[in-house]
Design a protein around this ligand. Sequence first.
Ligand SMILES: Nc1ncnc2c1ncn2[C@@H]1O[C@H](COP(=O)(O)OP(=O)(O)OP(=O)(O)O)[C@@H](O)[C@H]1O
Ligand SMILES: [Mg+2]
Length: 429
Amino acid sequence: MSDADIQALSDIGGSSAEDPPAPITDARPVPRITIQAFCESPELVDVIDAAAADRRMARAQVKVHGGGVAAAAEFYREAATPNLIVVEAKLAMPQLEAELDRLADVTDPGTRVVVIGSINDVELYRGLIQRGVSEYLVAPVDVAGIIRTISGLFVEQQDAPIGRTIAFVGAKGGVGSSTIAHNVAWSIARGFESEVVVVDLDLAFGTAGLDYNKDPTQGIAEAVNAPERLDDNFFDRLLARCTDNLSLLAAPATLDNAYDFGEFAFEPVIEIAQTGVPTVILDVPHMWTSWVRKTLFGADEVVVTAEPDLANLRNAKNLVDLMRQERRNDAPPRLVVNKVGLAKRPEIGVNDLSQALGLEPIATFPFDGQLFGTASNNGQMIAELEPKNPNADTFDRMAASVLGRAEAKGARRSLLAPLLEQLRGKKAG
Ligand SMILES: Nc1ncnc2c1ncn2[C@@H]1O[C@H](COP(=O)(O)OP(=O)(O)OP(=O)(O)O)[C@@H](O)[C@H]1O
Ligand SMILES: [Mg+2]
């Protein structure tokens, strides 16, 4: 591709010129709470609106009103108070104190109050906390600050280790997104010795069962079709154990039923998976439905796999741009370039692809029909089939990268695992 072509592609969809905010990495999704904000300034209205649009606030109901503490006190004389009231107050003590007392008189027990003020003073802060205010923030506040505060107040510490979701999606069908998802999940389970659940969202054609050499009779179809039964016990029974630390919620991969789902159909399944394990791998099929969009918008990480050709580039560009736009407080999706160097195929160079998308790939894999074909026919991972193959190392590095961790020591060590097992076998026999 010429430089002009790359530039033209980079401009499609026109990513906005302003720099995106730094990703929020330390706030958990807020539960189903009601929040009402009373804002005196248009700046705070914008910040609350932007916070409400963030994926971490998707379950909360947020309403913005004009006016500060006095308006809130007046409003709640008639109305029930929500879980959280955010009030902007530019007053100093003792006026602020007096107005907050009026608000306290009409606030139902259990409602929390966050005050956003303009005075940066420790005494004021202490005084407010003593009066029962949950938090005092000094203006100007940003979107991240609001989300962190709300998350800190409402995400219970005992529930804290909520699993991170990592969604894998292909820029086109058949690019190898599922293969990569399954191998990365396996590397996480082995190298980090950390529990992983793989959720195969490709109900009609999913291959996770084949790849892990498992043929469970139950899985995601039972979960999605019986949300009313979905609790930890039921969910655990639907999981198929594949290896140490790795379980699968398998797709039926039968065509007896059509699989049409609403936007929120998979939300309870993903939520319950997250409560049980630290990492949930979502194997998302290459399609564009409301639930696929919802799943990608809501995931902690999105990994887009593309082959180096024009259609992949166009689709990856659309996906990446949309994710950047809809997930403004998150890191952009991770790019993986797969099947590089397929004989006789004219390809777009990885550098050109990466430049057009504005993303460095976290991994590239060569086309290797023998290796990947044998692994898939055997129901094995690449590292099981050929532990010393460089692609096995690449999956280990990807595992570290999507977890945001340094590469696992265990990953290297366990390259010796087959040899050790052999030796142990000899000794025992
Ligand atoms: N680097 C590679 N070299 C050769 N073959 C590969 C490579 N990566 C994946 N494959 C093969 O490509 C095929 C498609 O892979 P896979 O099912 O993972 O793709 P997908 O993107 O999930 O497809 P779908 O759109 O059906 O979900 C499989 O047969 C797999 O073994
Ligand atoms: Mg797939």
